[in-house]
Write a protein that binds this ligand. Structure first.
Ligand SMILES: [Cu+2]
Length: 125
């Protein structure tokens, strides 16, 4: 009788172990799928007192994953008129740019003597 109980417990433990293992695998697969499905990227890298490009381009109607990185100094960015604001804490957002046009992007965190000139452009095509 006791042997039977031990055997049952062993089976239950094995099933639990296998369950946890498969759950981990499916979580990892979901993460990988998410990364693989990641569409166009728009990355702003800020330093004192400029962004890494004078102009950025995206296509209208596409879901873009926008990210922001401080490479030097402390900055924050805003895409004027689109309500997209990113900073060192809130670093990324999924944005669909609907209206083609040229938008100003600027630093919104007083960061030093070059702050007022810290601007770039986003072209939505
Ligand atoms: Cu600034």
């Amino acid at each position: 009788m006791q042997k039977w109980i031990m055997f049952s417990l062993f089976i239950v433990a094995c099933l639990l172990g296998a369950g946890v293992l498969f759950q981990n695998i499916s979580v990892r697969q979901a993460e990988m799928a998410k990364e693989a499905h990641a569409g166009p990227q728009l990355k702003f890298v800020a330093s004192n007192y400029q962004f890494d490009k004078p102009e950025y381009t995206v296509k209208a109607g596409e879901k873009v994953s926008v990210s922001f990185q401080n490479k030097e100094g402390l900055h924050a960015m805003e895409i004027v008129g689109l309500n997209v604001k990113l900073d060192g804490t809130n670093k990324s957002a999924e944005v669909t740019f609907d209206k083609p046009g040229t938008y100003e992007v600027h630093c919104v965190l007083p960061c030093g003597p070059g702050h007022a000139e810290m601007k770039t452009k986003l072209v939505v095509q």
